[in-house]
Design a protein around this ligand. Structure first.
Ligand code: ADP
Ligand code: ZN
Length: 745
């Protein structure tokens, strides 16, 4: 027998199937992780067996050296998925395969964790042994314990009973009284059980869960979109759907944004399903991640809850994938290959005969339009649980505040609501939207903006370090005393950060305890969980934070949400800015009044009449959708078209520019040829220019933006671009093709 092996080297030149002979005594199956001799000198390299065959055309065939893990690390379905990804994302086969296994498995970096155990040796008479051990009290004591247990005892446990007994254990083994074994243990991430009562589901929940069960039963790869307002009980629907799925003998994966994978969320699932749950996310230690993955692969866990990459979990008999907060951009990977978890999930349930459930209070425009057109099944939870009202949202025009002489961070309204909330012994959250250009440094006199020397990006001021920092390359600079341009002393930081908000709170309410959550305070492992549980316990009355506090958290005592600046992202140069702003504002507002206490939201803005702000105030998703989809149609933005971007980077400005321009010219010719006479209109845009961020880390950047109308000719046009790209990717140091890019700058 022969095996086709993908060698674990990420290089275009070797990204193909190599044939090896399978030695007679080696039980190789598709999916095995193996060592094979490769290249000159036949050094052993890791590889993945992707297929078996009984003949081979090559005369000189080498043998597979050995199997690494005793079981195949890839399921046949995963191999097929990787093969599909290779074309769909235009990536290396091996890059796709690598996503299916924990990184630690490669390079033999992590081993199973074994513990030493001992038990009585066969034929030993305990009484005689105890008598013989009269003069060695520690050995005698250990022996007594092991004899009493009458089964395997782990050496760490024995040490707990009699500290420092390992030498005694060793002596007993040497004397033949005990025999040694070792047993694999699984490192388990901390999984609290958060006890949640089993509710009688509401009618709307029952209806939704029923529809999901039918889709799982039908097993035809159907996609369902659950649109439920914040606090409408979506999680309860997920739990019921999983229960039904298990009772049909099938297994499930639940994806949650990394940031929402808190002990609270995991706890609700663990409480319901116990040890059958495996958790996968990036805050686990390498050993924990490896062991959780192995528990799934070996069938010890059949429900997986995890972040984006958990969509690849090796779950067999997969019947249901759930993607919570499906609109989140974190489901799109920025690394190679640039996959989207939703696409992978849809593909897996289609090939495996399962169902995909997408859930959100603010579905992406794309998903909602698919639901309206009947491609997805639309399920709705229109109301909050137990007739709880959605929070009341008040908007404050910050221009008016300024005119009235209030130039502080907080409007009078927000200050008033804060004191009411605190006086009532309740909690508040203050949200600062830090994307956009929140805390840049500029000169009041000449308008000069302090930028990074390596990147075309404004520096962000960090008060705690008294320095400015570039968020692209990490370079720092002191805050200059005078403007480098006009030499006047009017240079200072603008915008609001979490630190300034915290200071402002302390000035207004000196005795109030606050917690601050942003990327700066969250660097340490475990700090995220610590801070959330501190707030949950009521250690502080106000939680101040960025995007991180917007998602999924359920704090029953929070009755007030203050949105300090609602419109900072509204005018970013990206067609998705209105959608993202609406989603974010709705999510943040949804944190208020989730339990029995009614919630309030104060939304501070400079553009209170902007349609997006008005829909956010009314928490009217459908109104927002109808407005925004018309805007997209007018300007032929996605979903009516597809964007592609090709980024050219090089140390040398001219090389990047020339590369970009010549590429653009020939690409246009190739595209027009593919589209043919009747399809010329499909090419809505093809511009080559300096990128909006002209330099990053000292590299010059140019880009081509292509916009194609969505017609039946689109797949052929995309194929033309990817094939063209393969032949022309060497015009400068790096040429990167992005299909539906997440950022345009
Ligand atoms: P969502 O995910 O839609 O924002 P959750 O699933 O977190 O909402 O539910 C909101 C709250 O309502 C939670 O505290 C949950 O325990 C509770 N809840 C959910 N379903 C029911 C029900 N049928 N009866 C009573 N309480 C429920
Ligand atoms: Zn920089």
């Amino acid at each position: 027998m022969f095996a086709e092996v993908i060698v674990d080297i990420a290089h275009t030149a070797v990204d193909r199937r190599f044939t090896y002979r399978i030695p007679d005594d080696l039980p190789v199956a598709p999916g095995h992780h193996v060592f094979v001799p490769f290249g000159q000198g036949d050094h052993l390299k890791e590889g993945f067996v992707v297929a078996l065959k009984s003949t081979s055309d090559y005369p000189e065939i080498k043998d597979i050296a050995r199997i690494i893990e005793p079981y195949p690390v890839l399921l046949p379905e995963q191999i097929a998925l990787a093969e599909w990804m290779k074309d769909a994302y235009h990536c290396l086969f091996v890059d796709a395969l690598r996503l299916m296994i924990p990184a630690q498995l490669r390079g033999l970096r992590i081993k199973e964790k074994k513990v030493r155990t001992v038990m009585l040796a066969e034929g030993v008479d305990p009484d005689a042994a105890l008598a013989a051990l009269e003069r060695a009290p520690m050995q005698r004591q250990v022996f007594e314990i092991v004899a009493r247990i009458g089964a395997e005892a782990s050496v760490p446990d024995l040490n707990r009973f009699c500290p420092g007994c390992t030498p005694a254990v060793n002596a007993l083994i040497k004397k033949g009284y005990l025999v040694e074994q070792s047993e694999t243990v699984f490192r388990k991430p901390q999984k609290y059980r958060i006890h949640t009562p089993s509710y009688a589901l509401t009618d709307a929940q029952v209806k939704a869960a029923d529809a999901v069960r039918q889709a799982v039963e039908a097993g035809s790869g159907g996609v369902l979109l659950l649109h439920g307002v914040t606090g409408s009980g979506k999680t309860e629907v997920y739990l019921k759907a999983i229960e039904d799925c298990l009772s049909l003998g099938k297994h499930a994966i639940v994806l949650v944004p990394e940031i929402s994978l808190t002990p609270q969320t995991v706890g609700r699932f663990t409480d319901r399903f116990g040890d059958r749950i495996a958790v996968l996310h990036s805050r686990l230690s390498a050993g924990e991640r490896f062991d959780e993955w192995r528990r799934i692969r070996l069938g010890l866990a059949d429900i997986v809850i995890g972040a984006r990459s958990a969509v690849f979990a090796p779950v067999e008999r997969l019947g249901l994938i759930i993607i919570d907060e499906e609109h989140e951009s974190s489901y799109q990977s920025e690394a190679q290959p640039p996959y989207t978890a939703t696409e992978i999930a849809a593909r897996r349930v289609k090939t495996l005969g399962g169902a995909l459930l997408l859930g959100s209070a603010t579905p992406s425009l794309l998903s909602y339009s698919r639901a309206l057109s009947g491609k997805y099944t639309l399920l709705t939870l229109p109301d909050r649980i137990a007739g709880r009202p959605l929070p009341t949202v008040e908007t404050v025009n910050m221009r008016d505040e300024l005119l009235m002489g209030n130039n502080s961070i907080f409007s009078d309204k927000l200050t008033e609501r804060l004191s009411e909330c605190l006086a009532a012994g309740q909690q508040a959250m203050l949200f600062i939207n830090r994307r956009g250009y929140a805390t840049f440094v500029s000169c009041r006199s000449c308008g000069y903006v302090l930028k990074c020397d390596n990147c075309d990006i404004s520096m962000t001021y960090h008060k705690s370090e008294l320095r400015t920092r570039c968020h692209y390359c990490g370079a720092t600079k002191p805050l200059p005393k005078e403007c480098p341009n006009c030499k006047k002393p009017f240079i200072k930081q603008f915008g609001v950060g979490t630190e300034q908000v915290e200071e402002a709170v302390h000035r207004l309410f000196p005795t109030v305890r606050t917690l601050r959550m942003d990327t700066d305070t969250m660097r340490e492992k475990g700090s995220y969980e610590k801070l959330l549980s501190a707030f949950h316990r009521g250690d502080a009355q106000i939680l101040i934070g960025t995007q991180m506090i917007a998602k999924g958290h359920d704090f029953p005592n929070v009755t007030l949400v203050g949105i300090v600046a609602a419109d900072t992202t509204l005018n970013l140069p990206d067609y998705r800015s209105p959608e993202r702003t609406f989603q974010l504002l709705t999510q943040v507002a949804g944190r208020a009044g989730r339990d029995n206490l009614p919630g309030r939201v104060v939304l501070q803005t400079y553009e209170p009449n902007h349609p997006i702000i008005r829909f956010a105030k009314a928490q009217d998703y459908v109104g927002f959708y109808q407005y925004e989809i018309m805007e997209r149609k007018k300007l032929l933005y996605p979903p009516f078209s597809l964007f592609l971007r090709i980024v050219f980077t090089d140390r040398d400005e001219r090389t990047a520019e020339q590369g970009c321009l010549s590429y653009a010219k020939s690409l246009e010719t190739a595209l027009l040829e593919t589209l043919g006479d009747e399809g010329t209109q499909d090419l809505l845009l093809l511009v080559a220019a300096q990128a909006p961020i002209a330099r990053i880390s000292g590299y010059a950047r140019y880009q081509i933006v292509v916009k194609l109308l969505r017609t039946r000719r689109l797949p052929a046009a995309v194929k033309t671009i990817t094939s063209f790209h393969d032949l022309h990717r060497d015009v400068c140091a790096e040429v990167r093709l992005e299909i539906n890019p997440q950022e345009m700058f």
